[in-house]
Design a protein around this ligand. Structure first.
Ligand SMILES: *[C@@H]1O[C@H](CO)[C@@H](O)[C@H](O)[C@H]1NC(C)=O
Length: 196
């Protein structure tokens, strides 16, 4: 019984990640029907992540700091490399920051979504700019400038596998980043201590 409890806790706190040095990281946790995605970016303007291999027709998620230091988050799509068209209704819900921001991050936000295409091997594009939207920063309709940095990566596991198989904590995160595994295991151990 105690072992099952530990596995369930580990599945909740672990998240896989992709980082491009100390300038962009994306984390995912959850199931394909509801995944929580966290973005950390070294840019001060806006930062976004997309599900796919190129900007065109990919589901995009973009965020920037608003006038009260919260975040305006949008989901959007672009038919080509132009200003994306904001989804109506939005395909995301802002949630409290799920992964603590490192010191280099100037933007850090989390959202949940249930769009298709997010899997245990997700193709990701990312982009950011140091220029915030020039006006309407509290509105999803704000116009933001073209990206200054972009990247692409494949095979990122943005889902946690769940706890039904009751696998040990360490093996549920074998493809995660080392630091995060250590953090998850440490937290699981602390919680495990409480279970004991
Ligand atoms: C800024 O974003 C936060 C959510 O992060 C929201 O609660 C707040 O109302 C927003 N501020 C404005 C002025 O819209």
């Amino acid at each position: 019984m105690k072992f099952v409890a530990l596995s369930a806790i580990a599945a909740v706190v672990s998240a896989d990640s992709f980082c491009d040095g100390q300038r962009f990281c994306v984390y995912g946790t959850g199931t394909s029907s509801s995944v929580t995605i966290t973005v950390h970016a070294a840019a001060s303007g806006w930062a976004g992540v997309g599900i796919g291999t190129e900007m065109t027709n990919s589901q995009l998620f973009v965020g920037w700091q608003n006038s009260t230091k919260g975040y305006t988050l949008i989901s959007a799509k672009a038919p080509s490399q132009v200003q994306p068209t904001v989804d109506s209704p939005l395909k995301l819900t802002q949630v409290p920051l799920a992964v603590p921001a490192p010191s280099w991050a100037k933007l850090a936000y989390s959202f949940s979504t249930s769009v298709s295409g997010i899997s245990q091997s997700t193709n990701i594009i990312w982009a950011y700019s140091n220029s915030p939207p020039s006006s309407n920063i509290d509105s999803p309709k704000a116009q933001f400038a073209q990206h200054q940095a972009t990247g692409t990566t494949s095979g990122v596991n943005l889902l946690t596998t769940g706890s039904t198989s009751a696998t040990p904590a360490a093996s549920t995160t074998t493809s995660g980043s080392e630091g995060l595994i250590a953090g998850s295991v440490a937290l699981a151990n602390i919680l495990y201590a409480f279970v004991l």
